[in-house]
Design a protein around this ligand. Structure first.
Ligand code: GDG
Length: 494
C-alpha cells in the first residue's frame, strides 16, 4: 500500500469512500459515455453532505473495466476505482450481495460462503484503501460507507495512521448467532476496528457489533467505547478469551447515528405548484380511486413486497377492499439484476401481480399498478403526495428512507404510513401504523385501519412524525457523525 500521498495528485481533507460513486457511467442512445445518478439510499443521504464539504468521493463508477481519471461533477470531485468484470461478479454480486447482504438481513435468503468471493473482496477492499490513501491529505478525515468496504478502515489505518477514519454501516449488523456463521468473521471485525468511530442505524446493531468484538477478539467494551490494544495479541485470529487490559489501547466509539433525509428538499418540492398538479394528474390517471396505496422499493427480498402483495390479494379476495375504490401502486426499482435470488424474486413478484390483476382488475380499474423502473426524484414526490397510504413492510431494513421521504412530503398533514417494526425508521416514527409483516392477518388489519383512519387521527399522527423527521434530518445525521469523529482526533492525537 502507498505509505504517503502521491506527488502531483490533488489532496483532500475530507473524503467519502463508498462502493458506488454518486453517478453511474452509462452509454447513451448515441453510444456515448454519459452519467446518470446512481440509485439507492446511501447516495441520497450523502450527496447533500458532500455539497457542504469541499471533499472527494472515492467509488466505483458502476460499469466494469472502466479506468477513468478523477473528474469533477456537480461541484464534487470524484475519484473512480476500477473493477473488472470478474471482480464485479465476485466482490459485488457475490460476497457483498449474496453473502453479506442476506447474512446481515437475518438470513431472509440463504447466504453463500465462497472462498474465491472472499479473496476478491479482500483484493478490492485493498484497492479502495490504496486509492483513498493516495488522495488523502495529511491528517484528513475519511468516512468509509457500508458493508462492501468493511476491511478498508484497518487497511487505511495501517498505511496512514495520520488519518481520522469513520465507518458507517447502512444495513443492520446481525446478532452474534448469525454473524458467527461467517467464515471470515474475525477479519471483518478487525477491519472495522481500524476506524475511530463505527456508526450504526440502531442501538441493537451497535450492541450486536460490540458483542461480536468481545466474543471474537476478547477486547473490553464499556457502553459505546471499545478498548482496542495497540498491538493485537491475536492478529487475524480469534482470541481464546478476554484480552488483558494492562497494555496501551486506543478507543473506538461504536454507537447509533440514525440516518435521515434532506427533509427541506422534500418540503420545498412537495409545495411546488407543478408537483401538486402532477399529484392530481396521477390520481386522475389512476381513475380517481377513493384510496391510493403506494409501495416504493428497490426490488429486494428484504423489502417485504411479497408479504404486502399476499395481504392485499387476500383483502381483495375477501371483498374487504374493492378494486373500483382502492388501487395499489407498486414502484419496484430494478436492483442487482444479475444476482440469482433477485431474478427469482422478480419472477415471483411479477407472477403474483399478474395473477391479482387478472383476477380482480376491471376495464378502467386496475388492482395493482406495477412499475419496474426508476422515476426522477420529483416524480417520486408527486407520487408521495398522491398516495393516501404508504406501505413500508420490510422484513429487515437498516433504516428505510422512503418512510421518511413520504412523511417529509406531506405538508398537508394527510396520509397514513404503515411501517414495519423491522425497519430502523420504526424507532423514530412511532406514530406510524406499526406492523410485523410476517403476520399476514396483522398486516391486513393494518392496511384496513390505514384505509379507514379518520382525518383527525391521520393529521395528528402525521404532524407528530413530521416534527421528528424535520428535527432529525440528514444534516443532523452527518454533523452528528462527523463531530463525534473529529472529537476522537482531538482525544487521541497520532
Ligand atoms: C440502504 C439501506 C437505509 C427508490 N426508487 C426510486 C428512488 N428510490 C430512492 C428512494 C430512497 C432510496 O432510493 C431508497 O432508500 P431506502 O432507505 O429505502 O433503501 P436502500 O436502497 O435499501 O438503502 C436502508 C439506506 O441505505 C440509507 O442508509 O435506509 O435501510 O438498505 O431515497 O427515494 N429514487 C428515484 N427513483 C426511483 O424510482 N429517484
Amino acid at each position: 500500500m502507498s505509505q504517503r500521498p502521491v506527488r502531483n495528485q490533488r489532496q483532500y481533507d475530507f473524503i467519502v469512500v463508498s462502493n458506488r460513486l454518486p453517478v453511474d457511467s452509462v452509454i447513451d442512445g448515441d453510444g456515448n459515455q454519459a452519467w446518470a445518478p446512481s440509485p439507492g439510499g446511501l447516495v441520497a443521504a450523502l450527496e447533500p453532505v458532500m455539497h457542504r464539504h469541499d471533499g472527494a468521493w472515492v467509488g466505483w463508477p458502476g460499469r466494469a473495466d472502466l479506468d477513468l481519471d478523477p473528474f469533477d461533477t456537480d461541484g464534487m470531485s470524484l475519484i473512480p476505482v476500477p473493477l473488472s468484470e470478474a471482480e464485479v461478479a465476485d466482490y459485488y454480486e457475490g460476497f457483498s450481495n449474496a453473502t453479506l447482504w442476506p447474512l446481515y438481513h437475518d438470513v431472509i435468503a440463504v447466504p453463500e460462503f465462497l472462498r474465491e468471493w472472499w479473496e476478491t473482496y479482500r483484493v478490492v477492499n485493498r484497492r479502495f484503501a490504496e486509492r483513498t490513501a493516495e488522495v488523502a491529505g495529511r491528517g484528513a478525515v475519511v468516512w468509509v460507507q457500508d458493508y462492501q468496504l468493511q476491511l478498508v478502515p484497518k487497511l487505511l489505518r495501517d498505511a496512514r495512521p495520520d488519518l481520522t477514519i469513520g465507518f458507517f454501516n447502512h444495513i443492520p449488523f446481525p446478532s452474534y448467532g448469525l454473524f458467527s456463521q461467517l467464515p471470515w468473521r474475525t477479519q471483518i471485525i478487525e477491519g472495522l476496528l481500524g476506524a475511530d468511530v463505527v456508526g450504526f442505524q440502531r442501538d441493537a446493531d451497535a450492541g450486536n457489533f460490540a458483542q461480536a468484538v468481545r466474543r471474537l477478539k476478547g477486547f473490553a467494551t464499556k457502553g459505546q467505547h471499545i478498548a482496542v490494544p495497540l498491538t493485537d495479541p491475536n492478529p487475524g485470529r480469534r482470541a481464546s478469551g478476554p484480552v488483558r487490559e494492562d497494555g496501551p489501547t486506543r478507543t473506538v466509539v461504536a454507537r447509533k447515528f440514525p440516518i435521515s433525509i434532506d427533509a427541506p428538499y422534500f418540503r420545498a418540492t412537495s409545495h411546488r405548484e407543478d408537483i401538486r398538479a402532477r399529484a392530481n394528474e396521477i390520481r386522475a390517471d389512476l381513475g380517481n380511486p377513493k384510496v391510493i396505496m403506494l409501495g416504493v422499493d428497490r426490488l429486494d427480498y428484504t423489502k417485504g413486497i411479497r408479504h404486502r402483495l399476499l395481504a392485499y390479494g387476500e383483502l381483495l379476495a375477501e371483498g374487504r377492499v374493492k378494486p373500483e375504490e382502492v388501487i395499489l401502486v407498486q414502484v419496484a426499482s430494478p436492483s442487482r439484476e444479475r444476482v440469482k435470488s433477485y431474478m427469482d424474486l422478480r419472477d415471483e413478484v411479477e407472477v403474483t401481480v399478474g395473477r391479482i390483476n387478472g383476477e380482480y382488475s376491471a376495464i378502467g380499474h386496475q388492482a395493482i399498478s406495477y412499475h419496474h423502473h426508476s422515476y426522477p426524484r420529483e416524480e417520486m414526490v408527486a407520487l408521495y403526495l398522491a398516495a393516501d397510504v404508504m406501505l413500508v413492510t420490510a422484513l429487515r431494513d437498516g433504516m428505510n428512507l422512503v418512510a421518511k421521504e413520504y412523511v417529509a412530503s406531506r405538508f398537508d398533514n394527510d396520509g397514513v404510513l404503515v411501517l414495519s417494526e423491522f425497519a430502523g425508521a420504526s424507532d423514530e416514527l412511532k406514530r406510524a401504523v406499526l406492523v410485523n409483516p410476517h403476520d399476514i392477518e396483522g398486516l391486513k388489519e393494518a392496511m384496513m385501519s390505514a384505509i379507514e383512519m379518520p382525518p383527525a387521527e391521520r393529521a395528528m399522527r402525521m404532524r407528530s412524525m413530521r416534527k421528528r423527521v424535520f428535527e432529525d434530518d440528514v444534516e443532523k445525521w452527518s454533523s452528528g457523525f462527523l463531530d463525534t469523529l473529529t472529537a476522537r482526533r482531538t482525544a487521541e492525537p497520532t
